[in-house]
Write a protein that binds this ligand. Structure first.
Ligand code: FAD
Length: 452
């Protein structure tokens, strides 16, 4: 067992941990980043599968994600815009397949008016609740004790309006069933993206991608940190006092003054803390859980939908694949579609064997794009639920009632141990931008304490 000494030990080489490590090192503190996997990046993972470059994890960058955009500029990474020329497709409650332009679903006038009305209410709530301290809002308790589904039912009798508005947060963001999280949690999701209207606007939220893949962010940050990043080192135990901490991984022990747990909160309890964490932290960590979504990649010889005047963007709360997009790589002659199967739909298809699951998912893509969608040359499912060091996708959120009950203490350090990940972010919550923001803030908090 190698033993080393550093000012700060960082557990997890995702965007958040590597950002914190970079800031700390730039300020003259010595660091060691211990990563469980044999690669850096965590939920950012760009790989080549059967000759096709795929973004297995996070990929999109939106204009409000200024911390991520700044990092991309610093690392000299270029972006390209998602293909969006042509019409989109919506499949309604009646099973009708409709082509449309713009960001308003082609629903009947009454449903459209209800959707508009709900969006106005949710924009107002997002603005008033905010992303920074949703638990401190006067209506926090009330909104955290009602499910997102119940809130929708209370606010409209129009089922299709409810299903569509519900989708923007449940299937598309938190990737949990609508009855499994609160209205407050849904409003936080909207506030963290700037507004509910931003969530509805896919041209905003899914704006750009990084040429060569978003995993280059952690790869380049790790490259700059050099020998301070240790792979294949799952941290099993943290022994701490008020002002010192020892991180024990499989092949290395790091003695430090501070530790940063830069892992998703659902994995906090995988580490043995000595002494045990305070009671309320133990309680809170049991209420932070990861959603589940299958990201499906289907690569075709050509982007055939474009010839048909389609952008590739499709939506339906009534389909197995609830949303899909043209995800063709920069200057790639082949065409790639990316689709998503969320929460209970994912549970259901994971009970099938791989062949039956693929057939069900391709049938759903064909319902939107026609029979040509049945024959991809490369087909791949990102299955984050079976990744030991993540256990779901995209990120964690509180179960019912947890945000108002515990939110205020989610980031408070325990002695020398700090917490850093996208799951704890205000702006950029659950996104790479949030991971980077929290990484900067955590480093800043340690620097301030160290220099005081
Ligand atoms: P992570 O990336 O999870 O990093 C944590 C690291 O800790 C991992 O490397 C893990 O291996 C390591 N670790 C865990 N336990 C231990 C231990 N005990 N010891 C040592 N190491 C440990 N965001 C966007 O902005 N845009 C998108 O388009 C987008 N799409 C997504 C699609 C998918 C399929 C997924 C999964 C996520 C997506 N996200 C997206 C979310 C985004 O990827 C994450 O929010 C972000 O990457 C999280 O970064 P992080 O550093 O907080 O955590």
């Amino acid at each position: 067992m190698t033993e080393i000494t550093r000012d700060v030990v960082i557990i997890g080489a995702g965007a958040s941990g590597l950002t914190a490590a970079t800031d700390l090192k730039a300020r003259g503190l010595s660091v060691a980043v211990l990563e469980a996997r044999d690669r850096v990046g965590g939920r950012l993972w760009t790989d080549t599968i059967e000759g096709a470059m795929l973004e297995i994890g996070g990929q999109w960058v939106s204009p409000d994600q200024t911390a991520l955009i700044e990092t991309l500029e610093n690392l000299k990474l270029d972006t390209f815009s998602r293909y969006r020329e042509g019409e989109s497709i919506y499949i309604g409650r009646d099973g009708k397949h409709t082509r449309y332009s713009g960001d308003r679903f082609p629903v009947d006038a009454e449903t459209a008016a209800e959707m508009d009305r709900l969006i106005v209410i949710l924009d107002e709530l997002a603005e008033s609740v905010g992303a920074t301290e949703p638990w401190a809002h006067p209506r926090a308790q009330e909104l955290d004790s009602i499910t997102w589904q119940a809130w929708l039912e209370e606010n409209t009798d129009n089922i299709e309006a409810r299903d569509n508005i519900g989708l923007f947060v449940a299937e598309a963001m938190l990737t949990k069933p609508r009855h499994a999280f609160s209205a407050l949690q849904a409003i936080l999701m909207a506030a963290s993206a700037g507004s509910f209207s931003n969530l509805v606007d896919e041209d905003f939220i899914l704006d750009k991608r990084v040429i060569g893949g978003l995993q280059q962010v952690p790869l380049r940050l790790a490259e700059n940190l050099g020998d301070d990043v240790f792979l294949n080192q799952p941290v099993r135990r943290l022994e701490y006092t008020d002002d010192s901490v020892t991180a024990i991984a499989d092949g290395i022990t790091v003695k430090a003054q501070y530790a940063i747990m830069a892992v998703p909160p659902n994995l906090y309890s995988r580490v043995d803390y000595q002494p045990p964490l305070p009671r309320l932290k133990h309680q809170m960590h049991q209420h932070m859980s990861l959603g589940l979504v299958i990201k499906v990649h289907a690569v075709y010889e050509t982007p055939f939908w474009r010839e048909d005047g389609l952008s590739g963007t499709v939506f339906s709360p009534y389909q197995l694949v609830h949303e899909a997009y043209d995800n063709t790589n920069h200057e790639d002659p082949r065409g790639t579609l990316v689709g998503f199967v969320s929460d209970q739909h994912a549970d259901k298809v994971f009970m099938q064997d791989a062949e039956a699951r693929k057939a069900a998912i391709l049938d759903s893509l064909a319902a939107y794009y026609g029979e040509k969608a049945q024959n991809p040359v490369v087909y791949y499912e990102s299955d984050w639920g079976s990744e030991e060091w993540t256990r779901g996708a995209y990120a964690t959120s509180f179960d019912m009632g947890g945000l108002a009950r515990y939110g205020a203490m989610q980031s408070t350090p325990v002695g020398p141990i700090y917490w850093s990940s996208s799951d704890l972010a205000a702006e950029g919550f659950q996104h790479v931008d949030g991971a980077i923001r929290v990484g900067h803030d955590t480093a800043q908090a340690i620097i301030a304490r160290h220099e005081s």
